[in-house]
Structure formats: structure tokens, C-alpha cells
Design a protein around this ligand. Structure first.
Ligand code: GLC
Length: 797
């Protein structure tokens, strides 16, 4: 079943059936002023933190209520509805609804009994307030008397948790006032004159473009006793009773009564923010300019579409095009900006950036906006500790050079992270390499960047220290210890046990360090890295290759995890895909091992993280056992790993297989089975339930997930084969044989590349001929030096 479709030129997803299997959300603004909105206008807003700066209420896991509601009422018949299908939820036979999620804005259109409404919800670029612009049109033949009600439920105080549960306190610190065009809410107002002004907070909900007819600032007065958001008494009565809250629950509700002649349209604006009274007043005055919202929405489009335009593909597969050109890319920016801060699943309680998550997120945008990536990359490098390990959580107010670290009790209690993880700092290698090769900015290697705790070093030395940290934390057999966790949060392999995934990450790190050393002419480092590659390679080969696969690791007590014949968890995906990504395994064995993955782990929705799921045979540190079989790390399809799988198959040149995996878990390709998938067909989720579940195919944890960046990398470097190195760009597409022609437009180091790929013989990879501006290249490599401002490139496969 399908609930909507993609509009590629507009870069919108259009929901035509509002009764979606789950709330399908969009992100507005930035964490400076963030707003999450569902296709039925549910969601919340916050300033800086979803947990500590919450402005309006949202009750997790209770459908998607409340939200940003606009109620419309026919003042002659008394019939009322909402401008989004919910919360009133009129019969869909008579109520037509369209929701358009775009880049930084969401538009809800509705038509009911001869009245059309269109609400544009957005946060203007770099602003700290939100706008709901309503246009109403009378499409009938008679004049209509219509009442419009805007409603938000303010939190009593900014701390989400306190607001929800500590009512004996929070319900008694807030009041609302009516100030001509807005409701003003104050928190701890009494402190204003006497004690500490900084405790006082004020928020407002205002109306511009039309006078306020009636108002209300108290939730109970608005809703009425024993009523809900779907049938507020004040909307039913057609008038707000003017009650303002003094204790208990505040709200902002504003009513305007209008008359619309046949064919007539009006436009008005509701505004919400955390502002002082005078600022609120000034802001409302600005929106008396009725052209402002259109200009602001256009600015958002220009900003986002501009970023997304830096890579544009036209392939025979529309789903791939929708995702790579717009939605996967946009999701990468959202995860980059928002980390794991706030969604309809996360409230934002984590006080910082997860190291591995953020360093991975950066990879998703490097090909589109390297400057933006660089700032965060340096920030993350400054969260590496002087001994090379990385802070598992980097606080939002991170202070390089002065931070406490997992060795300190203050860090452990402040962040909840008990110790280092084996993989964190190693994520720097693919990310730094991608940045340097995308931009050619090798000078970065010599840039001094502080450590989290003390001292500073060049990036080159930071990288070396990351390797050093792993070399100082080896388990049995001399491979990297699993420590508190590796990429898999549910694996405790400890200080003695070994993580083979991390061993491959480290092997990859040696290779990147080697390339950097070659560039710098550092022969001592070059020799050292070659030696390490040999030494670690031999251990992996000897100890961790078992029959037909790489095992996952060794537990603290010496038990091998992931060997043939184990009753559970006998084959793990990541060590196989990373054996290839790290460059460790030669092509032929790579293909064999990936065939095993295909046979034993692949399903119609992607390959499982491992199989069979744990039930009876988990070891002590296998926390995945906590999950139901085929769920999350316990044998679910952990979608982030599909990106690595796609990349690995593409590196093997098997475009058909790479693309098969791509489509199995591609949200856009699952648009027709939205009721199975549940989550938005335009964004990746964290995982999909697999074969042991009665709900195979159901996906969970939308938007803020590492899936976005790894799949993007799988597409860009893998399927499209855009693989820059320091001096230029390799072109190595790995595509299905059915792709006879496709084009890629890319901005690369300030030049424009127009790449046409021709594949008349239906190959899956390889290059017969490459020409750049009519000149044939020696191989499938474009030296940066030959590039002009604009380049016509033809690759024959
Ligand atoms: C979640 C975490 C991520 C971890 C993954 C696998 O996505 O955010 O850090 O790598 O789970 O356990």
C-alpha cells in the first residue's frame, strides 16, 4: 500500500493519504531552534536541546500528539476540522489532505466542504522562531464565515523530563498573559525583580495578518474537561473564553473570525518562539508583511537545494535517483546537524555527540559540502585524548585542552560512559581520507589541533596516536581488544577479548596512514605501517579466518564468536564486508566470502547483522540477547551495515549484487509496501525486523541514524564509483548490467564534472575507455591537473 510519492524537481515527498502507518516526520530549523513535525502536524520544538530546551509538549509513543494545530470552524453550521487531517480526523471520504515534506519546510493542504487551506510550517534560515503560514480559500459559491484557531501546548518548563513527571513543581511556576496579538508565557516570572533574572524564561505564540478575536492561555479551558485535541470545547463553541493560566498547564490559543467571499483567499501567520515580550512584538510586526513567508520558504529551498545540487545522478533507477539526489543526502545533513539529539524516538537527553556516530555522519556530507564537514571534523579531532583514544561522548560545550576523560570519575558520571570503546578514534581514518581526497587539502595533515585533555598536535600525529591507542590495547593473540564495545554497542569483548571488526578498521588505518606518509615522504612511517600491515595481517589470517569466514572475535574468556557450526551467531556480516573494505582480502576470496554472506545472511529486506539470532547460546558480553530474535543487533537487519555491504560488493566489481542489496533496503523502493515498513519511505531507519519476527520488514528508529551516511558512501564510492585520491579521481562504477547509460554531475575541487557512463555491453564494472574533454586517459583515473572549470567526461564500461 502506498501513501505518497516523490516529487523529484521540487525535492518533496508528497503524502496523499494522511493515515500513514506511523507519523512520517520532517525536520525544521536547526538545533539552535529545532522543530520536528509529522505529516499530521504532531511534534515538538526546542531551543538548543530537545531535552533541556523544550518549548512545546509532545508525548512520546502516544500516536503523534500534540503538535502545531490549526482548527477551522464553519461558524454557520458549527462544523469544525483541522488544517492537518489529525487531530480532528474528519472522514477521508470528505476531507482531502496532502502533506508535502520538503527541505526545511512542510506544507499541509486540505480541502473540506468548499474551503481549501494550506499551512506552511518552517523555521526561517538561521532564525530562532517558527512560522505557520495559513492560506485559506473559499472555493464555493457562497460567502463563508470561518473561525481559525491556532493552538500550542507549552511545556511548564524547559526540562522535558521535569515537565512530564515533576508536576508538584513544574505546574506552579508558569503563567500566561494576553498581549494584543500574542499569548506570552512566563516561567519563574517571580524571579524577575528579586533574585535571579536568568531563571526567567518567556515564550510567545502570536498571530500576524489579522486581528485576534478571542484568546486562551490555559490548556484545560481550551480543551474542556474529559476532552482531547480532536474535540476541544472552545473550538466546538466557536470562541476562546479568555482564561489565562496561573499554575497548572499553559497553552497558546488564538482565534480569528473571518468572512470569505466566494473565490476569496486570506493569508495569516502564527508565530512561536522563546522571546522576550518586546522581541515577540517586533517579530509579529515584521510578519504583517504578507510576502515574507514566501520569501523565507524560498530562501530555505535555495539554501538546501544549493547544497544538494553538488551531486546529481540520472540513472535508470528512479528510487536510487530520489535517494542520492535528495532524500538520503538531506538525511545525511540532518544527522550531521542534529546528531542523535531529537526525533520522535529520541528526546535528546544525551548531552553531546557520540564519537563514532558523529565522525561517521561527517562522511555523509563531504561530497556535498566539504567546508561544512571540515569544521565538525576538526571539532571531533579535538575530542581525541592525548594518548590517542577518543572521548566516547563529546559534550555540547566541549572545551578542547581542558576536558575530563573516561579515566576521571567526573567524566564517567557526567556522561554515563564508563570507559573507552575500541573503535571510536579509528573512524577518523575513512573520514579524514574522504575529506582530504575530496578537497585535495593535504595541508590539513600539518594543521595543529588540540587534544581533548591537554596538548596539541598536527592532524598527522593525531592519526598516528589513534593507531597507537589500538596498539596499546591489544587482546589475546595481539589483535585489538574489544574493550567496552566496538561499533556494535552490544558486544562486550573486554580488555582481553578481540574484535575482528576493529582489527580490520586498524588494518585500514595502517593503509591510510601509509598513504599519508607516502605523501609526506615520511619513509620511517611508511616502513612502520607496512610492517604493521604484514604483522596484523598474518595474525588475522592465522587465527581469525575459520574455514570459509572471518570470525567476529574472541570473548574475554577465550571463546571464539562466529565460527562455522556454532548453533547461534555463527556468521557475522561486518567482519566479512570490512575484510574487503580494509583492503585485506584478495578479490577471489572476497567474492567467496561475500557469497557466503549472500547465502546465509541475505533476506528480501537486506542482510542480517548475524545469524542465527541469540536465544540460548549467548556469551556473557553478548548484550544483543536482550532483544527479541531478528531485532536490532540480535540478528536484525542493522541498516547501517548495508552501506558497507554495498561498498564491499562494489569494490569487488559486482555491481549487480551491490545494487540488489541497495534495493532490498532502499526506503524509496519500499514505498509500495509502506504498511510493512512503517517508517517514512524517504528516510533510512536504524534497523528492520528480520525472519524470526512475525513482522518481517518492519523498520524502526527513523531519521537520526548512521545508516544515512554509510549507505550514501556505499552509493557514491561504491555504486557510482567516485573514488578520489590525493591527486585526482578514480571512476569505478559498479552497477547492474541493465544500466546501459547514466550520468553523474559533480562539483569536484571547484570544477564541474559532467560524467556520462556508457555501458552498451551490460557490464557490472570496469572501464574500457575514459575521455576527459575529448582527451583519452590512460586508465579510469582523472588527474586533478587536467580539470578545467567545466568538464565533459565519458566513461565506457
Ligand atoms: C546505534 C548506535 C551506534 C552503534 C550502533 C550499533 O546505531 O548509535 O553508535 O554503532 O547502534 O550498535
Amino acid at each position: 500500500m502506498q501513501y505518497g510519492h516523490f516529487d523529484a524537481p521540487a525535492r518533496e515527498y508528497i503524502i496523499t493519504r494522511p493515515d500513514t502507518p506511523a507519523p512520517w516526520a520532517n525536520y525544521l530549523g536547526s538545533p539552535a531552534y529545532g522543530a520536528i513535525i509529522s505529516n499530521n502536524a504532531g511534534g515538538y520544538s526546542f531551543v538548543k536541546s530537545g531535552a533541556a530546551g523544550r518549548l512545546i509538549r509532545y508525548r512520546f509513543n502516544e500516536q503523534d500528539r500534540p503538535g502545531r494545530y490549526i482548527y477551522l470552524r464553519d461558524d454557520e453550521s458549527g462544523d469544525y476540522w483541522s488544517a492537518s487531517w489529525q487531530p480532528v480526523g474528519k472522514d477521508l471520504e470528505h476531507y482531502r489532505s496532502v502533506c508535502r515534506h520538503g527541505t526545511g519546510y512542510t506544507i499541509m493542504e486540505a480541502e473540506y466542504k468548499g474551503l481549501c487551506s494550506e499551512v506552511g510550517y518552517y523555521v526561517p534560515l538561521e532564525a530562532a522562531h517558527e512560522v505557520w503560514r495559513l492560506k485559506l480559500t473559499n472555493t464555493g459559491t457562497a460567502a463563508r464565515k470561518i473561525s481559525v484557531f491556532g493552538f500550542v501546548e507549552f511545556t511548564c518548563e524547559s526540562f522535558y523530563e521535569q515537565d512530564q513527571v515533576n508536576l508538584q513543581y513544574t505546574q506552579f511556576i508558569t503563567r500566561t498573559y494576553f498581549k494584543n496579538q500574542f499569548i506570552l508565557q512566563t516561567i519563574n516570572e517571580n524571579c524577575l525583580n528579586a533574585v535571579n533574572e536568568s531563571r526567567v524564561e518567556t515564550r510567545f505564540f502570536g498571530l500576524a495578518g489579522t486581528p485576534v478575536t478571542s484568546y486562551c492561555g490555559d490548556r484545560t479551558a481550551f480543551l474542556g474537561g474529559y476532552r482531547g485535541y480532536g474535540n476541544p470545547i472552545s473550538v466546538e463553541k466557536g470562541r476562546l473564553d479568555g482564561t489565562l493560566n496561573y499554575n497548572l498547564n499553559p497553552c497558546g490559543a488564538l482565534h480569528t473570525a473571518l468572512t470569505l467571499k466566494p473565490g476569496e483567499s486570506v493569508s495569516l501567520v502564527f508565530l512561536l518562539g522563546q522571546k522576550r515580550e518586546a522581541e515577540a512584538q517586533a517579530l509579529i510586526a515584521r510578519y504583517e508583511d504578507s510576502g515574507l513567508p514566501d520569501r523565507e520558504i524560498n530562501d530555505l529551498k535555495t539554501y538546501w537545494h544549493g547544497k544538494l545540487a553538488n551531486l546529481k545522478v540520472e540513472t535508470p533507477d528512479e528510487n536510487f535517483n530520489h535517494m542520492v539526489n535528495t532524500w538520503n543526502a538531506y538525511q545525511c545533513f540532518i544527522t550531521f546537524n542534529w546528531s542523535r539529539a531529537a526525533s520522535l524516538i529520541y528526546c535528546g537527553q544525551r548531552n553531546g555527540y557520540g564519537y563514532r556516530d558523529t565522525v561517521q555522519d561527517i562522511q555523509g556530507i563531504i561530497h556535498l559540502d566539504p567546508e561544512m564537514a571540515l569544521e565538525k571534523l576538526k571539532f571531533m579531532i579535538s575530542a581525541q585524548v592525548n594518548h590517542g583514544g577518543a572521548l566516547p561522548l563529546v559534550k555540547y560545550d566541549h572545551n578542547p585542552g581542558h576536558e575530563d576523560k573516561p579515566e576521571d570519575a567526573s567524566y564517567r558520571t557526567g556522561t554515563g560512559h564508563p570507559s573507552y570503546r575500541a573503535d571510536d578514534a579509528l573512524w577518523l581514518f575513512p573520514t579524514v581520507w574522504k575529506y582530504i581526497t575530496e578537497t585535495g587539502d593535504t595541508a590539513l595533515l600539518d594543521e595543529e589541533i588540540p587534544y581533548a585533555d591537554s596538548g596539541t598536535d598536527t592532524l598527522y600525529n593525531h592519526l598516528y596516536k589513534a593507531i597507537d591507542f589500538s596498539l596499546n590495547h591489544l587482546g589475546i593473540h595481539g589483535l585489538p581488544a574489544g574493550l567496552h564495545a566496538d561499533w556494535n554497542d552490544c558486544l562486550r569483548l573486554g580488555a582481553n577479548g578481540v574484535s575482528v571488526f576493529v582489527a580490520f578498521q586498524l588494518y585500514y588505518a595502517f593503509e591510510i596512514m601509509l598513504r599519508c606518509a607516502l605523501h609526506k615522504g615520511d619513509t620511517a612511517m611508511e616502513t612502520r605501517m607496512n610492517e604493521l600491515k604484514r604483522k596484523f595481517g598474518a595474525i588475522i589470517e592465522e587465527r581469525y579466518w575459520n574455514t570459509d569466514r572471518f570470525v567476529r572475535g574472541i570473548t574475554e574468556h577465550g571463546e571464539v564468536v562466529g565460527k562455522p557450526g556454532d548453533p547461534e551467531a555463527s556468521l557475522w556480516l561486518n567482519p566479512q564486508s570490512w575484510a574487503i573494505i580494509s583492503g585485506f582480502v584478495p578479490q577471489e576470496r572476497g567474492r567467496a566470502v561475500m557469497d557466503l554472506v549472500y547465502q546465509q545472511l541475505n533476506t528480501k529486506y537486506g542482510a542480517r547483522l548475524m545469524a542465527p539470532s541469540y536465544r540460548r547460546h549467548a556469551f556473557d558480553g553478548a548484550l544483543a540477547l536482550l532483544f527479541n530474535p531478528s531485532t536490532k543487533e540480535n540478528g536484525g537487519i542493522f541498516l547501517q551495515t548495508q552501506g558497507w555491504l554495498i561498498l564491499a560488493e562494489a569494490l569487488l566489481g559486482r555491481g549487480g549484487r551491490a545494487f540488489e542489496y541497495y534495493l532490498e533496503s532502499c526506503p524509496a523502493a519500499q514505498n509500495p509496501i509502506a504498511q510493512t515498513r512503517l517508517m517514512e519511505p524517504y528516510v533510512y531507519s536504524q534497523f528492520t525486523e528480520s525472519v524470526d519476527s512475525p513482522f518481517e520488514g518492519r523498520s524502526h528508529v527513523h531519521w537520526l541514524t548512521g545508516t544515512a551516511s554509510t549507505v550514501m558512501v556505499g552509493c557514491v564510492e561504491g555504486i557510482l564509483g567516485l573514488r578520489p585520491d590525493i591527486n585526482g579521481l578514480h571512476l569505478s562504477p559498479a552497477v547492474p548490467a541493465s544500466w546501459k547509460n547514466f550520468t553523474i554531475e559533480k562539483i569536484f575541487r571547484g570544477t564541474k564534472l559532467r560524467i556520462q557512463v556508457q555501458n552498451p555491453e551490460g557490464r557490472e564494472s570496469g572501464c574500457r575507455k575514459l575521455t576527459v574533454n575529448g582527451v583519452q586517459m590512460a586508465e579510469n583515473y582523472i588527474p586533478a591537473a587536467v580539470l578545467k572549470a567545466e568538464n565533459e567526461i565519458i566513461l565506457e564500461m
